[in-house]
Design a protein around this ligand. Sequence first.
Ligand SMILES: NC(=O)c1ccc[n+]([C@@H]2O[C@H](COP(=O)([O-])OP(=O)(O)OC[C@H]3O[C@@H](n4cnc5c(N)ncnc54)[C@H](O)[C@@H]3O)[C@@H](O)[C@H]2O)c1
Length: 352
Amino acid sequence: MAKTWRCAVVGTGVVGEWHVKLLPTFPNAKLVAVCDVDGAKAAEKLKKNNITGVAVYTSEAEMLAKEQIDIVHVCTPSGDHLAPAIMAMEAGKNVITEKPMEIKLDRIEKMHAVAKEKGVRIAGIFQNRWNESNRTIKKAVEEGRFGTLSFGACYTPWYRTDGYYRDGGWRGTWAMDGGGAIMNQSVHAIDLLQWIMGPIKVVSAHASSRIHPEIEVEDTLACSLTFANGAHGVIMGTTAMYPGGGVRIEVGGADGTAISEGGLKRFAFRDKRPEDQELLEKLNTKKSTTAGGSSATDVELDLHYRNISAILDSWDRGEDAETHPMESRKAVAIILAMYESAKKGGVPVEVK
Ligand SMILES: NC(=O)c1ccc[n+]([C@@H]2O[C@H](COP(=O)([O-])OP(=O)(O)OC[C@H]3O[C@@H](n4cnc5c(N)ncnc54)[C@H](O)[C@@H]3O)[C@@H](O)[C@H]2O)c1
């Protein structure tokens, strides 16, 4: 019989609540404890979602000492993933972190090293990898259906209010958010772009805060880039485009073009296959076109479910999950290169 994973959530804000809501719906997981420095908030999230019999803590150390836990879900601010993750792994627990796994490469590498040292596993959330349209485009790249790839782009034209940045006190700060529209929001699309197209070699970016005077980071960035395979591309991300639209991924080459934007909008190849039209009809949904576009709370939880489920299945098989640290590191490396380039006025910077 498959193992039942005993889970705890650290950080019960916007996204911690998603994990709190989802975990009781898994056949092979059980939510046993929650922890937040604001204990009243954690208790309130359980009450709001009619979840009973789950212990509430304000100290992760105390929770780890008292509860029998297999996995700690780290849902704290992005620049505060390292400490809760290391504490959990040092106590012999596995870890699932929200995106980005951390905001600096050395911190992600440290998390990877501690997991190896302690013989536990760690994986990140990048739920959009479980979106059917994105998976379909990736599969077509793997099958070589685009021929020589010429272009790949991702656009995250979102909108966030000043209130969004004030809330929680950490968003829009270099220390805790690690950046702005790119590190927090566009990280999803950037991960998809490199996952589908392959590694990005060099970036040249420009960035500033256009409409959020209170934040120290960018609310808008535009970048041109070259992939390791020689294709060219574009990344744009913003939280300054009211009312916020859908994330768009474009891939094209000698033999085909594909576009996902809240569904599969284009899937056209020189070698036409009957199933292409069926896929377009099946995946061309309007439902989630602007998911996440105007607020952090209009995101469907189904993709989180699939992401967590895939992690548990890999771990059940005794394997690392697809979103293991060195995989989660890739989008952060691209983002940090873009920031370096923007800081230096757009000079080309190699991705580490
Ligand atoms: N996957 C997604 O689509 C998605 C969407 C939004 C946010 N996120 C990520 O989720 C993480 C949290 O974002 P959020 O919007 O939920 O933030 P939030 O501010 O709403 O919640 C963070 C919570 O963590 C608590 N906290 C802070 N430090 C703590 C600590 N050391 N120990 C215990 N609790 C602590 C805070 O009190 C707060 O309740 C971020 O890394 C963010 O990038 C992911």
